[in-house]
Design a protein around this ligand. Structure first.
Ligand SMILES: C[S@@+](CC[C@H](N)C(=O)[O-])C[C@H]1O[C@@H](n2cnc3c(N)ncnc32)[C@H](O)[C@@H]1O
Ligand code: SF4
Ligand code: SF4
Length: 358
């Protein structure tokens, strides 16, 4: 039987989702952002081939302070936001991370933390004790040389696997998720990652499409060798289908299937446009405090360091810019967190999902 506090939270979440749907339909601010993605730092300790945040040193000089993040937390509570996703860069590089997480927990937020895994063995106990609800660790292959080469730092594979093993050995209550970015070097081995995850006791997996836009490509230094060639895309389709069927048969969770099946179309620049819900359902707070919504638009519509988020959210400027961006269906990106949330908020996609078509 579902416990009462969980039931209350589910009803509140359903009400919030309905508020976001109505907000978009009427182009009004009838509910606060359901989820806020917070880039707590752009500093990074690894050197991935597919993301060049680690090169953008200038961008790490003016990051939000502890006070900024605590003020932001209070505003999120007031806005009724339900969840925060803390990402980077590598969030574990922030010294005050666990103080901020403690404040977010007190504010009743559901907390997701993204990590590249390199520091997991060192921090696994603190993360587990901090109240983080979901830990998302990147693992782009099941072979050490492949992962270490994609991530540009020897030891990444071993440390990530070790960190996950240590968390499972603690019987962690956190939801553990493995994120795998699909690139040319690993697309034939996706199922191996799922099997490795299962061996580690992990039951939640996400496959991500390689995007070549902001915020992963800050300096134009991503390696373009990672793009699949057009003649490889039918095989990718097969591999994705294989993963979907495998996860179904083992009752493992995976991203929405319609999203996954659309990745080859995205790679051939041929995927359909969607009515995106960013700006209604979610916001991005960049490491310098800029408030954004769509990843296709670098920069922000205000900054939480000089204006409370509540005021930015209710401002005419924000409403106008969002309305302009969102008036047309869009197919400029395939960033998983942004597009996947559409499966919760876009009534057509939600319906497809409920009927098992997605
Ligand atoms: C921006 S990272 C932040 C967390 C951490 N630094 C990491 O890599 O896991 C969040 C997710 O985005 C993925 N990612 C990195 N570069 C990407 C790209 N060019 N396109 C799509 N996803 C990407 C990472 O693999 C990771 O799973
Ligand atoms: S993908 Fe993550 S780990 Fe890799 S460089 Fe970007 S932020 Fe760092
Ligand atoms: S799909 Fe379009 S509107 Fe939505 S986040 Fe991507 S670029 Fe922005």
């Amino acid at each position: 039987m579902v416990q009462l506090p969980i039931l209350v939270r589910r009803i509140q979440a359903a009400g919030h989702i309905a508020g976001v749907q109505l907000s978009r339909a009427l182009d009004r601010n009838l509910a606060g952002p359901f989820v806020v993605y917070i880039e707590v730092t752009k500093k990074c300790n690894v050197r991935c081939q597919f993301c060049d945040i680690w090169i953008a040193k200038e961008e790490t000089k003016n990051e939000m302070s502890t006070e900024d993040l605590l003020r932001l937390t209070a505003d999120l509570k007031e806005l009724g936001t339900k969840a925060v996703a803390l990402f980077g860069g590598e969030a574990l590089l922030r010294r005050d991370l666990f103080d901020v997480i403690a404040a977010m927990k007190r504010a009743g937020l559901y907390i997701t933390l993204d990590t590249n895994g390199y520091l997991l063995p060192q921090f696994h106990e603190r993360i587990d004790d901090s109240g983080v609800d979901m830990l998302v660790a990147s693992l782009d292959g099941a072979r050490e040389p492949l992962v270490d080469s994609l991530r540009g730092l020897p030891g990444t594979f071993k440390r990530t696997v070790e960190g996950l093993r240590l968390l499972r050995a603690r019987n962690t209550k956190m939801k553990l998720v493995i994120n795998t970015l699909i690139v040319r070097d690993n697309f034939r081995e996706l199922l191996d990652v799922i099997r490795l995850g299962e061996e580690l006791g992990i039951r939640n997996f996400r496959l991500l499409a390689f995007n070549s836009i902001y915020p992963y490509n800050m300096c134009g230094q991503q390696s373009m060798n990672l793009n699949l060639h057009p003649e490889e895309l039918p095989e990718l389709q097969e591999k994705i289908e294989e993963v979907i069927q495998y996860c179904k048969s083992r009752d493992l969770t995976l991203n929405p299937h319609e999203f996954l099946r659309g990745i080859p179309d995205y790679y051939s620049r041929n995927h359909p446009a969607v009515n995106c819900y960013v700006g209604y359902a979610s916001l991005n707070i960049w490491n310098n405090g800029d408030v954004g919504y769509c990843v296709g638009i670098p920069g922000g519509v205000g900054n939480i360091r000089n204006t409370p988020l509540l005021d930015i959210w209710q401002s005419k400027e924000f409403a106008q810019r969002r309305s302009e961006t969102m008036s047309e269906p869009c197919n400029k990106c395939y960033v998983a967190c942004h597009l996947e949330q559409n499966y919760w908020f876009n009534p057509r996609l939600l319906m497809n999902r409920a009927m098992g078509r997605a």
